[in-house]
Ligand binder design. Structure first.
Ligand SMILES: *Cc1c(COP(=O)(O)O)cnc(C)c1O
Length: 339
């Protein structure tokens, strides 16, 4: 396999296969062992597997960057390992131990390092997945689990880089209820968002904003990214009530705001009406990093936050975060793992 046919100058957020992937299996009741690197390709699975029938599975998403000098950097990968472990417990799967998770990620990135785009043209997106791979007819946990890691070179998630996006609030659909699985990257959480999201895209919006399922009043998330508003110079982000995914980018943005910029951060409920009064709004996640929000449409009214310019706090957070991730700036938090 060669990387000759990859156009690193024009990458988008789409899948490109690479040389290899990592696989290991675990029987229910046993411990996970280290797996092996195999050529990237299809896998074989029983039609009666719990992942195909009941959605017993989760994924993670993280990125490896290549610096100007050719160093390879991972961003807080132990946080993904912790979140995956929590998700395994919630989905009745044996927890993948941190060391097995991290070893798999490092092995895949090293073997596919020539697929990492040059600095600032993109990243190697890494996808760890865990799923029930044995058959079972009743609704019950699988007797065998598979943990795999594959990767793909990617460009920006939203076309146009740091340009404000247009969003619409969904009044028809919710993402996750309070006591469900919204706080883990359960595979079943994502397909319900495809219909509202593609409807919104047909109308010219980049994504959906979801409101809470109980009162339909408070902002939850933006598609698969966390929401932030700057109000009276403070940063507000929805608190982790159980239905919101605890983003690692979200956590990083809060640390940077508090510890590098000296800005107060409040984790609390924020109503859609209050959000409309914000000076700046943006969303954050591994795929999109930080995306400024230019406008939000809610109940037939469109509120414009920006006509193309990026708010000063959004810009500063983006510059500091990407400076650390790309390896251009010092990492005062100890977030970078160099391979
Ligand atoms: C993955 C994800 C995020 C962002 O999490 P990061 O760790 O920052 O990538 C936010 N919301 C949802 C629903 C997600 O799946």
């Amino acid at each position: 396999m060669s990387t000759n046919n990859i156009d690193f100058d024009n990458l988008t957020f789409t899948f490109t296969k690479t040389r290899s992937m990592y696989v290991t299996k675990c029987k229910q009741g046993d411990n996970w062992n280290s797996g092996e690197l195999v050529p990237y390709g299809n896998i074989s699975i029983s039609p009666a597997s719990t992942v195909l029938n009941y959605g017993q599975g989760l994924f993670e998403g993280m990125k490896a960057y290549k610096t100007e000098g050719g160093r390879i950097l991972l961003f807080r990968p132990e946080k993904n390992a912790e979140r995956a472990a929590m998700g395994c417990t919630r989905l009745s799967m044996p927890e993948v131990p941190k060391n097995v998770f991290l070893e798999a990620v490092k092995t895949v990135v090293k073997d596919n390092s020539d697929y990492i785009p040059p600095t600032e043209q993109g990243a190697l997106y890494i996808r760890p997945i865990v799923f029930g791979s044995a058959e079972g007819l009743g609704v019950a946990p699988s007797t065998e689990y598979t943990f795999m890691v594959y990767c793909s070179p990617v460009g920006p998630y939203f076309k146009g880089g740091l340009t404000p996006i247009k969003l619409i609030v969904s009044t028809q659909y919710h993402r996750a209820p309070l006591k469900g699985t919204g706080s883990v990257k359960a595979i079943g959480n994502y397909v319900p968002g495809m219909l509202p999201s593609s409807n919104a895209k047909k109308e010219g919006f980049a994504e959906i904003i979801y409101l809470d399922a109980a009162e339909e009043k408070y902002i939850e998330e933006v598609g698969a990214a966390n929401f932030f508003a700057v109000i009276d110079g403070k940063i507000i982000t929805p608190e982790l009530t159980g239905s919101i995914l605890p983003g690692i980018t979200r956590d990083s943005v809060m640390h940077i705001a508090k510890e590098k910029l000296g800005i107060d951060v409040e984790e609390r409920r924020i109503s859609i009406d209050e959000a409309m009064t914000a000076e700046e709004v943006f969303c954050a996640g591994t795929a999109a990093i930080i995306s400024p929000i230019g406008s939000i449409k809610y109940n037939n009214k469109e509120h414009i936050f920006s006509n193309g310019d990026v708010g000063p706090i959004t810009r500063e957070l983006y510059d500091i975060l990407t400076g650390i991730q790309y390896g251009n700036d010092r990492d005062p938090f100890g977030w970078i793992l160099e391979l």
